[in-house]
Ligand binder design. Structure first.
Ligand code: NAD
Length: 257
């Protein structure tokens, strides 16, 4: 087990990419801490299922990533934090002059500021352990823009910038800091965008998927949560020890266009 003995904290991991990353890190031997803001029986059951299937320790800790104190408390409550995956994120789509200010604030808080707070709290633990990995789940929207996603694109460009900055601050230490930039992955976050688009353009689900969502994804296939998890495991491996301050796109060719 390549990551045996390490503890990974994955923010926003009761669903989608975060949950997929937690499974792959657990399969690679890392103990995992799941998180969301809900604290439901299902959340704790997910952790129990990962522990049962993979044999690692898996826990769920409630913390609201829109609140700085909660972000820092999550890392404290986790105990060890060798691997930090900043994944929690939300989306809202609207023209900038119609963008609700509270949605802007929530997206910046959850998709960007949370990573500031968790990283600040986790680095001293990584330094004490003599090893650390920070993996930020950014987006193709961290490298390029789309209309009507001003808050999301701003937050994702911001997290790419923070990735580079923290990588430079830790460059001489056994700690790496990188961002993964997924294209479209079929998770609840994306699923929620389909019905409104079908209605707006009077399109079938298939047309929305191929001609709207995957219009800019040359492979015409969604990336999978397992592929995102595998990329994360690679960034935590010894082979990736000199990879820091960069982005890895998992986007079917989107950013090559
Ligand atoms: P998702 O909706 O399935 O999961 C989002 C996760 O964030 C959930 O676990 C949710 O509980 C958590 N979350 C939301 N608000 C929170 C809060 N206040 N506190 C704690 N947790 C909170 O979405 P996803 O598609 O899996 O997205 C995960 C990340 O991947 C996001 O940062 C998203 O921007 C990024 N991403 C997704 C795609 C895609 O196509 N799905 C593409 C690029 C990047």
């Amino acid at each position: 087990m390549t990551l045996g003995g390490k503890t990974a904290v994955i923010t926003g991991s009761n669903s989608g990419i975060g949950l997929g990353v937690a499974w792959e890190l657990a399969r690679a031997g890392a103990n995992v801490v799941l998180n969301s803001f809900t604290d439901s029986d299902e959340d704790h059951a997910l952790a129990a299922e990962i522990a049962k299937e993979t044999g690692v320790e898996a826990r769920y800790i409630r913390a609201d990533m829109s609140k700085g104190d909660d972000c820092r408390q999550l890392i404290e409550s986790a105990g060890a934090c060798d691997i930090l995956v900043n994944n929690a994120g939300i989306q809202h789509v609207a023209a900038i002059d119609e963008f609700p200010p509270e949605k802007w604030d929530a997206i910046i808080a959850i998709n960007l500021s949370s990573a500031f707070h968790t990283t600040a709290a986790a680095l001293p633990k990584m330094r004490a352990a003599g090893w650390g990995r920070v993996v930020n789940i950014a987006s193709a929207h961290g490298l390029t823009a789309s209309p009507y996603k001003s808050a999301y694109v701003s937050a994702k460009h911001g997290i790419v910038g923070m990735t580079k900055t923290v990588a430079l601050e830790t460059a001489e230490e056994p700690i790496t800091v990188n961002a993964i930039c997924p294209g479209y992955v079929l998770t609840p976050l994306v699923e929620k965008q389909i019905p409104a688009t079908m209605e707006e353009y009077n399109m079938s689900r298939e047309d929305v998927v191929r001609n709207v969502l995957l219009a800019r994804q040359p492979s015409k296939e969604f990336a999978t949560v397992e592929q995102l998890g595998g990329t994360c495991v690679f960034l935590c491996s010894d082979a990736a020890a000199q990879i820091t301050g960069t982005t890895i796109s998992v986007d079917g060719g989107w950013t090559a266009l």
